[in-house]
Design a protein. Structure first.
Length: 318
């Protein structure tokens, strides 16, 4: 698996580039540029034009992600009553601008992770928030396709025909990174043990391709008081796949406080191996993100290792 290098552009360097992008593409100046945040693959800004029109500009640190995410946002928006940002304009990098970007609708509110007051709500009120999230996710997962794979080109007849080569690629690349000293022994040992249990984890293949957001964690859910889930944002590698594939994301961050994973399983029966598969999917996904970005976040990786080790222990005695 190719290890990509993210563009090394400081937060303060973006403003000059954005001013030129706005002038070239909207025929007016940017009156105000506010940094909203960012992750492994991009930086996000709120732009207000001279006519007071405002929108979000996402600058990508990896090439050619902008058109991919535009397709994902459009496809996902059509799958559910939950709001997704509307794509306004997709802009390619140039000789003068070193990054691709996308302009999209600005949605007021905070991501649920940052809405800390929600953590102190009653169980009943947390359930109201969780119901909105899970009902929308169920709508999305109910949209199916004839083939498995990324939205751009789904071509596999079964899930494991798509996923197993992908998982092998991640494992082999992880072994190379471990030899170079960039991946810890703790992570590598856990992956090797999990891989030896593949046949016990993936007992059954999946034959119905379900639409997946790809990164549906608490950071990508917009919230607005009182008790209103406003929108989903930031899909990543959206695909048609095993609908249980992205459920590990529901336990990321403060997702456990809303019991999102448990509610999904309550409302939509899952396979007997769901917990096993999600431990595997979560660990492999985080290592995949490391391969792409070179970054590992302990607060994300450590719970994934803990869940995987629990599964390893349980399955080793079966």
């Amino acid at each position: 698996m190719e290890k990509l290098t993210c563009l090394n552009i400081g937060k303060n360097e973006f403003e000059g580039y954005i001013k030129k992008i706005i002038l070239d593409n909207f025929n007016q100046a940017a009156e105000k540029i506010e940094y909203l945040g960012g992750g492994s693959f991009g930086r996000v800004f709120k732009v207000t034009l001279e006519d007071q029109t405002c929108f979000v500009l996402k600058a990508y640190l990896l090439y050619d992600m902008h058109k991919k995410e535009a397709l994902e946002l459009t496809t996902l928006s059509e799958s559910t009553t939950m709001k997704y940002p509307k794509v306004i304009k997709v802009i390619d990098r140039t000789d003068d601008i070193p990054f691709d970007c996308m302009c999209m609708e600005y949605i007021k509110g905070k991501c649920l992770l940052m809405s800390l007051s929600t953590l102190f709500l009653s169980k009943k009120k947390k359930r109201i928030i969780a119901e909105q999230i899970i009902n929308s996710l169920l709508e999305t997962h109910s949209k199916t396709n004839d083939k498995f794979g990324l939205l751009e080109n789904p071509s596999c007849d079964t899930w494991l025909q798509y996923y197993k080569p992908f998982a092998i690629d991640i494992l082999e690349t992880a072994r190379e990174e471990y030899k170079k000293g960039t991946l810890t022994k703790k992570i590598m040992d856990t992956m090797e043990q999990a891989w030896r249990l593949w046949d016990k984890i993936f007992v059954q293949d999946v034959y119905t391709p379900s639409l997946l957001h790809g990164d549906i964690n608490i950071m990508n859910i917009m919230y607005e008081k009182p008790l209103k889930v406003k929108a989903f944002i930031d899909p990543l590698d959206s695909k048609y796949g095993d609908r249980e594939y992205e459920l590990f994301q529901l336990r990321s961050g403060t997702g456990t406080c809303f019991k999102l994973y448990e509610l999904y399983k309550e409302k939509y029966p899952v396979s007997k191996e769901c917990d096993y598969k999600n431990a595997f999917y979560g660990l492999w996904n985080e290592v995949y993100c490391f391969i792409k970005t070179g970054q590992i976040y302990g607060f994300i990786m450590n719970p994934l290792l803990k869940r995987m080790k629990k599964v390893i222990k349980e399955l080793s005695y079966k």
